[in-house]
Design a protein around this ligand. Structure first.
Ligand SMILES: Nc1ncnc2c1ncn2[C@@H]1O[C@H](COP(=O)(O)OP(=O)(O)O)[C@@H](O)[C@H]1O
Ligand SMILES: [Mg+2]
Length: 267
């Protein structure tokens, strides 16, 4: 397993003839097996930071280290779940799920059975031979989640993975992620709008300000593990949720958009 170290990362984009600073001097370390969420207003640079960690976007300054090694591009040590499900349209749900093991040559006799098991867990039993265009948006997200889990990444980077799901499915997926993380203890960086989700899942919640994106506060979540959804009824949970929400609301930039559980703004 590996930890992630973001060191003084800055990033600007050209926008309508001018240069806009998106991330300014962001540093954060996520320990091996730690679960950290990034929260902040829409547009504060969460996705950009996650893409830099994933190696899909290059920082203008600073570096990302996975253990000791600088990130120079995407790698199979870092599984990435994008905001959009990004399934291969020409592959069935099962073949999408089997894509990673096939691509990295780790396909064994048990691989197909594991893919089928994972698809069952995410509620896609009976849809294994459907193509993405035959699925609802939520089902595509769940298929993408199963695909990301198949390769057993040491580091899992997730960008609003459950944002498009209905409340019941989202709760089921969060519990599935909690259980899986409890067993495997991979390192997680989760971007979310959802303060409740961040508190439920994380060891620490990192709060970003926007324009430019900067890390303003990291709030530890000392709720007992293993966690189930029931923890969300405790006073400690409610207090932590309030603390995180206030930190987001007080962070510089933009209009307040963070609601009680889910944000109103699109992402
Ligand atoms: N490739 C790009 N080119 C230009 N601007 C971009 C690019 N990617 C992101 N941005 C801008 O960077 C800002 C932060 O975006 P993003 O990282 O997606 O924020 P968040 O995920 O927190 O909502 C936004 O204003 C967005 O328009
Ligand atoms: Mg985003």
């Amino acid at each position: 397993m590996a930890g992630v170290h973001v060191r003084n990362v800055s990033k600007s984009f050209a926008h309508g003839g001018s240069i806009v600073e998106i991330l300014r001097n962001v540093s954060i370390s996520v320990g091996e097996g730690e679960f950290v969420s990034l929260v902040g207003r829409s547009g504060c640079g969460k996705t950009t930071l996650l893409r830099i960690i994933g190696g899909f976007v290059h920082a203008d300054a600073g570096s990302v280290l996975v253990d000791e090694a600088p990130v120079r591009g995407p790698g199979s040590d870092r599984g990435m779940l994008f905001q959009q499900p990004m399934l291969f349209p020409w592959l069935t749900v099962l073949d999408n799920t089997l894509f990673g093991p096939r691509a990295e040559g780790s396909f064994t006799p048990g691989t197909r059975a594991r893919a089928l098991e994972l698809l069952g867990i995410v509620g896609l039993a009976g849809f294994e031979f459907h193509y993405p265009k035959q699925l609802s948006g939520g089902m595509m997200h769940r298929a993408a989640f199963a695909r990301a889990m198949m390769v057993d990444p040491e580091i899992l980077l997730m960008d609003e993975p459950f944002g498009a799901l209905d409340a019941l499915t989202r709760t089921g997926m969060q519990q599935f992620l909690l259980d899986l993380w409890e067993r495997r203890r991979f390192t997680v960086v989760l971007v979310t709008h959802d303060v409740e989700e961040a508190v439920l899942l994380s060891d620490r919640v990192a709060v970003m300000a926007s324009q430019p994106g900067e890390l303003v506060e990291t709030i530890p979540i000392p709720l007992p593990r293993p966690r189930t959804y029931e923890v969300s009824e405790s006073t400690d949970f409610v207090d932590l949720k309030r603390r995180v929400r206030q930190a987001v609301e007080h962070a510089r930039g933009g209009a307040a958009i963070v609601g009680a559980g889910r944000a109103a703004a699109p992402y």
